[in-house]
Design a binder for this molecule. Sequence first.
Ligand SMILES: Nc1nc2c(ncn2[C@@H]2O[C@H](COP(=O)(O)OP(=O)(O)OP(=O)(O)O)[C@@H](O)[C@H]2O)c(=O)[nH]1
Ligand SMILES: [Mg+2]
Length: 307
Amino acid sequence: MFSRLKKSIESFSNSLAEKFKTKEIKPEDFDEIGNDFLLELVENDVAYSVAEEIINTLKNTIIGKRVPKNSDIKESIKEALVDFIKKNIPEPDFDIIEAIKNKQAKEKKPFIIIFMGINGVGKTTSIAKLANYIKKNGMTPLIVAADTFRAGSQEQLQVHADRLGVPIIRAKYNSDPASIAFDGIAYAEKKNIPVVLIDTAGRMHVDRDLINELKKIIDVVGYDLRLLVIDALSGNDSVEQAIAYEKNVGYEGFFLTKSDADTKGGVALSISVETKKPIYFLGTGQNYDDIVPFNKEWLIKTLLGEK
Ligand SMILES: Nc1nc2c(ncn2[C@@H]2O[C@H](COP(=O)(O)OP(=O)(O)OP(=O)(O)O)[C@@H](O)[C@H]2O)c(=O)[nH]1
Ligand SMILES: [Mg+2]
């Protein structure tokens, strides 16, 4: 996971350490190696403006430092990057399991999570993973199949629900997704189900009618958490999706899928830095257990930690 970005960081660190074993580093010396690193960041899907911010952070830390030993400059680089992540990458400010329990205890109402995103990014699979995660934490979620559009979507979610042993509310194809979502919430309230996971049809952020349909679902049922599902392999397009969905719909954070297949890693940095919204979960494979709750420490370990 993210191995290329990790390698770029290592080789930047090594080049700088090698070249300046005992010298003070001048700005122009830094720029030569820094520019190569900037290009590598961009090639690894880090958005240009984010890559520039990273380079500036490093430059400010390193310039003018007298570096007696290899290990010291490497340590400084690592510290600067950890600092960058801590300052610029948000993380969820609540635990989802606790939040579900709290809402149930205080309001006797289900915690509503709506999944959205463009076609094929992994919404339905991620719902199944989150349902499994919630079950493992001792609660049973209700899944609502509000994708009434794509052929096979209802059956796909039914298979997941059966395998996981969780209840599902299904709809007729081409029926109104807002109305099935509404029915789902009513059912959950009646049965004291603490959390409802709503699947929606894939839709491009530029499709006005479908985006309006999504807004209607959200207006009708309300929400506690809206997750924009982003495919880690979508490169620079991910930032465009994140910004357009923010402008046109709104959401609290991301579910970043297919991280296991992403050798680059830049999307994980870019979407959060550009939107200031946290990743809540990462999808790390095709199985139900391949879900990781996100936090900064995880990212620091993945990018900078020991092999
Ligand atoms: N390797 C890997 N594959 C994933 C991950 N998440 C989803 N997938 C795969 O991505 C493909 C699409 O997943 P779906 O869950 O159907 O995507 P979707 O967003 O619901 O698609 P639509 O409803 O058609 O818009 C499937 O083959 C999934 O197995 C992940 O974290 N890692
Ligand atoms: Mg789907």
